[in-house]
Design a protein around this ligand. Sequence first.
Ligand code: SF4
Ligand code: SF4
Length: 316
Amino acid sequence: MDDQAITLQAAQKFKDPKITAKGERRASVPLRDPQTLWFNTGTLCNIECVNCYILSSPTNDALVYMSATEVADYLDQLSARKWPVREIGFTGGEPYMNPEFNHMCRAALERGYEVLILTNAMRPMMRNSVKSGIEALVQEFGEKITFRISLDHWSAENHDKMRGKDSFAKTLEGMRWLNSIGAHLAAAGRQLWNEDDRSARDGYAKLYADNDFKIDAYNPGMTVLFPEMDEAVDVPEITVDCWGILNKSPNDIMCASSRMVVKRHGQAPSVVACTLLPYAEEFDLGHSLEEAEKDVALNHPHCAKFCVLGGASCSA
Ligand code: SF4
Ligand code: SF4
């Protein structure tokens, strides 16, 4: 193909949910074994990181605050639909910006779910009223709650490049407080520092040892290192034949085992296919969990880049 034909074909990619630009059958993923239900508590955040995948900031409220009542409604639906979910995940924005956040956690914990909280452990979490709520939950539910703290890098210098001056020190202060009340900690970083996986994990291991954090730096589920998302890179589309060629199963892809609930401005909450595509309308499956049981067509570059070819996962 000449350059013009290649450009034309790239422009036709990820258009039709059933057929690829080359006319082949597009792959899809059935919801085979739902294990995690995520809630996006709202996109507002106390900081504005470079490359925040959901574009959170102190002013972006594209996804508005979820209420504890809305969360409880979806927990009821989980029981009614008999999804075998083990874990409720909360992400944002910064979840502790949401005034009802501790109530949501309690609702999930009281129903017997494990809870995973993605937080930057900064000022919103460190307000006295919020801290007392967290302490009560940790005392009552212990290791059923995991606080996965965003630490972009194990060094203050690199972390602050992404998150702003002094943010590393503030996050460490929050982690030390969580550690002091016996909270179960994990961490999430980014792989963009031109260091190999082993050196990165050695850096985190030293940081944890220096602070007496009981986090395993060498367990990818406890210290999660996410690849960078380069929106500009051209990727192939995933066809039904790819599973055999790549020796992969659709059951291993994140949308086979999870969904995320989001709330857009002026709308009732709805369920999207995964945490990676909170804004893509095509991946909005409907308001109820029943509607969200449909198959997901892999009709986005992220599907190829991060899930089928790259193996990214947002779940601990
Ligand atoms: S703390 Fe998290 S949600 Fe907030 S801007 Fe940074 S990456 Fe985004
Ligand atoms: S980005 Fe990944 S998890 Fe999300 S719909 Fe595509 S394949 Fe599924």
